[in-house]
Each structure stands twice: as structure tokens, then as C-alpha cells.
Design a protein around this ligand. Structure first.
Ligand SMILES: Nc1ncnc2c1ncn2[C@@H]1O[C@H](COP(=O)(O)OP(=O)(O)OP(=O)(O)O)[C@@H](O)[C@H]1O
Ligand SMILES: [Mg+2]
Length: 478
């Protein structure tokens, strides 16, 4: 009888527990109970805190660990279970959902059985502008020895992984800070009508650059690569920049020097760029010729180009100009600008490449006529030709006829029109002028041939004309 009573009591207690749990789950009260339990548990333990500020102390340099934690937390979707509220954003891929914590929101995480929490600490001024940001990590002191190192390692691994598939962003300068929007420019090296050898060479040298961390470190050099793109308007310089960004998968920082107040501003902005970024300064000639409102000193600009501000991680810098004339040779010297790339007006090869991309036509009975026009000296920019192809894309014959008419017009007006940009940009530089450009300095002329070879000069011949490279700067022609 006693056994029967005990069994009945056990059964009743089990049923009661089951019903209470069911009730708590159904009413979501379990969540409240858990919170109380956590609260009590928290009071019973000593906690360790770590603050991860957005910027390193005293400098405005971005704290790379903050960036990693931010990426890691963005991916912490499971933490939603314990969160009452959070912002969800779409990622780059259709199925990607990213978590974006609000100011002072706490995000919980578990690792190796330990419970951790992250506070998104954001300080704002009266005008709601962010003054400072940091993350505060909190966990039980007793777990410190066991989890700290593997947890940080885990953050590195996850953030590396996310970085590889994160969406690219383009940053622009506004009110003393970088702001950013997603970078969706579709240009790739495939869509660019440039010399195929040049394309391959650039891609392989970019790949080499990306894998050269140890090498640059060993040499004590800043891990950066600088390009100068020069040539007439509408020849693909900006499209090339987008293609590079998509190829290396770097964020783009579009730096408008005329918006900067002084050199300190330039320094601050540069320090706020993240590693693995592509820093773009378009129309360099405008700044150096004094045509813009830029108040940057030339030494400020030189320091910026040299990366003297102690970058962490790799940077690619791209400068564009329509015309190299008038740009101080000191700005263009090797090391400051590693690779010069000339973007010419369209030739027949580029035209064929555009026709293939825009019209899906690889051969056509009108091609010989087009070739003849180019040979007779007619010129148009790839932008002009691609525009004609775009609007007439439904009929390749009509598109080609309109290109021929436009080329005829251009050759008829040749000599009468004002050059699009400047004479030396429209007509490609001669080998002589290029050699002077690249280094009319004495050391270049006296440099032994063996030395030049050691520099591993990148040399691509233009399909139109031979290029002599008497220079330790890589001069690329197409
Ligand atoms: N080499 C090219 N290959 C393919 N498309 C090109 C090329 N050059 C220009 N285009 C087309 O023309 C448009 C304008 O080109 P882009 O803006 O890159 O020229 P740009 O050299 O930067 O001109 P600007 O000096 O005026 O800034 C692009 O959107 C692209 O569609
Ligand atoms: Mg441009």
C-alpha cells in the first residue's frame, strides 16, 4: 500500500511539473523564469569585463578587433533566442540575414558551456551624433582561463569567414566622417574593353600583392600598391576601379580632397579606413593644379601617398587623371605610384570587345568598315561607342551603322574640335614623353640595366605603338 502511495505521489508530481512547464512554455513565462535564474546566477558570481573600443587610444586608427567583433556579432543569429528585440538586415546573398544590435543592446552568446554577453555601448551627443562606440564583453571570472583564448580565436575564425563573403561597401566623406552604402557596381575585368594581356597582367599582379604580407613585412615596407590611371574622359578609368574592387573584394573609399579642411583632416580620414581597402582619388590633376578648393599641402599629399601614416593591413590606392601634364613628378615617382596605366580612346580591338559585350556580336559584315574608320584616324571614347550600342542593342546592324556614322563625323571634325581633355591625353604619350614623365630625373638615366631588370618591370606593349620603358616604375600601356 505504501509503495502504491509513493508511486502515485511520484506520478502526480511528474504530471504537475509537466503541466507547469507546459504552462510556462505556452505563456512564454519560461523566458521570464530563465531571466530570473540568470539574474540570480549573475549575483552569485564575480564577472570579468573587457572593453573593445572602436578606435585605438589617442590615435584615430580603427581598432581591428572591434571590426572583427562587430562582424562576429552580426552573425550571431542564435543569440536572437535570448533577445527581446533586435534589428535584422539582409546580407549580400538572398538568404543572408544579419543581426544589427541597437545602442546599448545586450547580445548573449555561449561558448564551451560558458555564458557570455556583449553590450553594444554607444555614446551620443545632444544632436544624436555618435561620440564613441565600444563593445563590452562580460563573462564569469571562473571561466576566464578556460575560454578566453579559444573564444577570441573563434571570433577571428568566424569574422574571417564572414569577411570573405561580406558585401562590399563604398565609403564617402561627409561631415568629417566616412559614411558608406553598399557597393554594387557590376564592372569586372571581363566587362572592360581593354587589352587582354593588360587584364591578365593586372589580375596576376593583384593576386601576388594580396599574398605578399610576409614579403612586405620583411622589407619593412607599407603593404600597399598604387596605381595611376590616366587618359581621356570616358575611356574606362572609373570602371577599372570598380573592376579592381570587385576582383580583390575590397571596400572602396572615395576620397574627395577638395572637401578636406587641412592635412590633419586627411590624416584622420586615412586612419579611419579599414584594412583591405581601395582608396580612390579621382582627378588628381585638379588638386595639384590648384583648380580645386583643396587645402592640402603637397607634403600632406606625399605622406598620404606614401602610407607614412602606418597602415595596418593592405591598401590599394588608385589615382586618376585625364592628363599627367602639370602633375609634380615627385607625386608620380616609383614607390609613390607603382603602376601607371594609360587608357586610350577606342581602337578596333576594344571596339570588338564592346560589340561582343553589348551586342553579343563577335563578327559582322560591317566590321571591316569600322576597322577602316579607325585606321583612317577616327576616334571615339569607349563610353561614346558603348552608349550607341546600348541604345541600339535590339539591332546590331543599326548599332554598328550608328557607330560608323559617328566615327565618320569624328574624323570629319578632327582637327576642328577642341580636345576633350587636353592634348597630351587625347593623343597618347610618345615613348619619349613617357620616359620623361616617368622619371626625367638623372638617377633613372644612369640606372644600370641590371638594376632595372631586378625591379621586375611590368611591360606591356601597346597594340598600336612600341613603348620604351626606361624607368623603374612599372609603366603599363594598352
Ligand atoms: N574600356 C571600357 N570598356 C568597357 N566600357 C567602357 C570602357 N570605357 C568606358 N566604358 C563605358 O563608359 C562609361 C564611362 O566610363 P568611365 O566612367 O569608366 O570613364 P572614365 O575614364 O572614368 O571617364 P572620366 O575621366 O570622365 O571620369 C562606363 O560606364 C562604361 O560603360
Ligand atoms: Mg571617371
Amino acid at each position: 500500500m505504501l509503495i502504491f502511495d509513493s508511486l502515485l505521489a511520484c506520478f502526480s508530481i511528474s504530471c504537475l511539473i509537466f503541466l507547469v512547464r507546459l504552462f510556462l512554455h505556452r505563456t512564454a513565462l519560461i523566458h521570464v523564469v530563465r531571466k530570473w535564474a540568470d539574474w540570480v546566477d549573475d549575483r552569485l558570481h564575480v564577472h570579468q569585463h573587457f572593453k573593445i573600443p572602436e578606435f585605438n587610444d589617442s590615435t584615430l586608427q580603427e581598432n581591428q578587433f572591434y571590426r572583427r567583433v562587430s562582424l562576429y556579432l552580426n552573425s550571431l543569429l542564435p543569440a536572437l533566442e535570448d533577445s527581446d528585440f533586435t534589428n535584422l538586415l539582409a546580407g549580400k546573398k538572398p538568404n543572408d540575414i544579419l543581426l544589427s544590435p541597437d545602442d546599448h543592446q545586450v547580445i548573449r552568446d555561449t561558448f564551451l558551456g560558458a555564458r557570455l554577453s556583449w553590450l553594444n555601448n554607444v555614446l551620443r551627443d545632444d544632436t544624436n551624433q555618435v561620440v564613441s562606440r565600444s563593445f563590452m564583453l562580460r563573462f564569469k571570472k571562473k571561466d576566464k582561463r578556460r575560454i578566453l583564448e579559444p573564444y577570441f580565436q573563434h571570433i577571428h575564425t568566424v569574422s574571417d569567414d564572414i569577411e570573405q563573403r561580406k558585401e562590399l561597401r563604398i565609403h564617402y566623406y561627409s561631415n568629417g566622417k566616412w559614411k558608406s552604402v553598399p557597393f554594387n557596381h557590376p564592372a569586372t575585368f571581363d566587362s572592360l574593353a581593354i587589352d587582354p594581356d593588360l587584364k591578365t597582367k593586372i589580375q596576376s599582379e593583384l593576386e601576388t600583392f594580396l599574398n605578399s604580407k610576409q614579403y612586405y613585412n620583411k622589407l619593412g615596407r607599407v603593404w600597399k600598391r598604387s596605381y595611376l590611371l590616366y587618359g581621356p574622359s570616358g575611356t574606362g578609368k572609373s570602371s577599372f576601379i570598380a573592376a579592381v574592387a570587385n576582383f580583390v573584394e575590397y571596400d572602396v573609399y572615395n576620397l574627395n580632397l577638395s572637401q578636406l579642411v587641412d592635412d590633419a583632416d586627411l590624416t584622420a580620414l586615412l586612419l579611419q579606413t579599414s584594412c583591405k581597402s581601395l582608396i580612390v582619388v579621382e582627378d588628381l590633376d585638379r588638386y595639384v593644379s590648384g583648380k580645386s578648393r583643396a587645402r592640402i599641402s603637397s607634403s600632406g599629399l606625399l605622406n598620404f601617398m606614401d602610407g607614412i601614416l602606418n597602415f595596418q593591413g593592405e591598401r590599394i590606392m588608385i589615382f586618376t587623371t585625364n592628363c599627367k601634364d602639370g602633375i609634380d613628378l615627385a607625386l608620380l615617382r616609383p614607390g609613390r605610384i607603382d603602376v601607371h596605366i594609360y587608357f586610350p580612346m577606342c581602337d578596333f580591338n576594344s571596339f570588338k570587345s564592346l560589340a561582343s559585350n553589348y551586342l553579343g556580336v563577335k563578327e559582322h559584315k560591317l566590321f571591316p568598315q569600322v576597322e577602316e574608320m579607325f585606321q583612317s584616324g577616327a576616334t571615339m571614347s569607349p563610353a561614346e561607342i558603348s552608349e550607341l550600342m546600348l541604345v541600339n542593342r535590339s539591332s546590331p546592324s543599326r548599332a554598328l551603322k550608328s557607330v560608323i556614322s559617328a566615327l565618320q563625323l569624328s574624323s570629319r571634325t578632327a582637327g576642328k574640335v577642341v580636345p576633350m581633355v587636353c592634348e597630351s591625353a587625347v593623343s597618347p604619350p610618345t615613348p619619349r614623353s613617357m620616359a620623361e614623365d616617368a622619371g626625367g630625373t638623372a638617377w633613372k638615366e644612369t640606372m644600370p640595366k641590371e638594376f632595372r631588370k631586378l625591379y621586375g618591370l611590368l611591360r606591356l606593349k601597346s597594340c598600336k605603338r612600341p613603348v620604351s620603358i626606361d624607368d623603374d616604375c612599372e609603366m603599363i600601356e594598352r
